[in-house]
Write a protein that binds this ligand. Structure first.
Ligand SMILES: [Zn+2]
Length: 249
C-alpha cells in the first residue's frame, strides 16, 4: 500500500478516537449534573418527609390543647352541677356535660389518628434517610468513577496527540493538507473506504476506472463527490472459498 495512504488511514483512526474522547469529555459536566440531581432528589425526599412529620406534630399539639380546653369546661360544668337547685337546671347541665364529653371524645379520636399517622410519617423519615445514605454512597462512587473516566480520557488524548505529531511528520505535506482540508469540511472524516464500487461514506458510485485504481491502494485518490481520500480493503485472505462439489452433510 502507498505509505502516505497507510498513514492517513492511521491518522484518521487517531483523529476519530480523539474526537470521540473529546465528545465524551464534553459530556462529563452533564453526567456530573445528573449525579448531583440524584443526590438532591434524595435530600428533598428527606426534607419533604420531615416537613410532613412536623405538620402532623403541630396538628396533634393543637388538638391536645383543644382537649385540655374542653376538659376544663367539663370540670367547670361538674362543679356547677353541684350547685344547681332545680331539676330543670340539673337536666340542662347534664346535657351540657354530655355535649362536652362527646366533644372531648371526638378530639381524642383525632389525636389518636394523628399519633398513628405520626408513627408512619416517622418511619417514612427513617426510610428516606436510609435511601439518602445509600444515594450518598452510590453518588460518591459514581463521582469517583467519573473522575477516573476524565483522567483516562485526558491521558488517552495526550497519547493521541503525541502519536499524531509523530505520524504527521512522516506524511507528504500535500497529502496531509488534503486530508486536513477535507476532514475540516466533512465533519472530521477525511478518509473513506471504497467498497463494491461506491464510496462507503457519501454512497456515490465511483467511475469503474477510478474504483479499479483505488483497489490498487497505490495512490492518493479522492472521492469525486465528498473529496475524501479513498482506500480499498481486499477480501480477507482467510475467507473460505466456495468448495464446489464437496459434501458437507
Ligand atoms: Zn464520497
Amino acid at each position: 500500500m502507498n505509505p502516505d495512504l497507510q498513514r492517513v488511514i492511521a491518522l484518521q483512526r487517531l483523529d476519530s478516537a480523539a474526537a470521540d474522547a473529546q465528545r465524551r469529555l464534553a459530556e462529563e459536566p452533564e453526567r456530573l449534573k445528573a449525579i448531583d440531581a440524584r443526590l438532591e432528589t434524595a435530600r428533598q425526599h428527606v426534607a419533604d418527609a420531615k416537613a410532613r412529620l412536623a405538620e402532623n406534630q403541630t396538628v396533634r399539639r393543637n388538638l391536645e390543647k383543644d382537649v385540655a380546653v374542653q376538659q376544663g369546661r367539663l370540670s367547670k360544668y361538674r362543679d356547677q352541677l353541684m350547685a344547681v337547685k332545680t331539676n330543670v337546671e340539673y337536666q340542662a347541665m347534664q346535657k351540657e356535660i354530655g355535649f362536652a364529653q362527646a366533644e372531648v371524645k371526638g378530639i381524642e379520636d383525632k389525636v389518636l389518628e394523628r399519633m398513628l399517622e405520626g408513627d408512619e410519617l416517622a418511619a417514612a423519615v427513617k426510610r428516606a434517610e436510609t435511601e439518602l445514605a445509600a444515594e450518598q454512597k452510590s453518588t460518591d462512587a459514581d463521582r469517583r468513577a467519573l473522575a477516573g473516566d476524565v483522567e483516562a480520557l485526558r491521558t488517552s488524548l495526550e497519547k493521541n496527540r503525541t502519536e499524531r505529531a509523530e505520524l504527521v511528520r512522516g506524511i507528504d505535506p500535500q497529502v496531509l493538507a488534503t486530508y486536513d482540508l477535507v476532514s475540516r469540511r466533512r465533519n472530521g472524516i477525511g478518509v473513506a473506504e471504497a467498497r463494491d464500487g461506491i464510496c462507503t461514506i457519501c454512497h456515490v458510485r465511483l467511475r469503474p476506472q477510478v474504483f479499479n485504481n483505488i483497489r490498487r491502494n497505490d495512490s492518493i485518490i479522492q472521492c469525486d463527490s465528498c473529496q475524501r481520500i479513498l482506500y480499498f480493503v481486499p477480501a480477507a485472505a482467510a475467507q473460505t472459498p466456495d468448495r464446489v462439489g464437496q459434501s458437507t452433510s
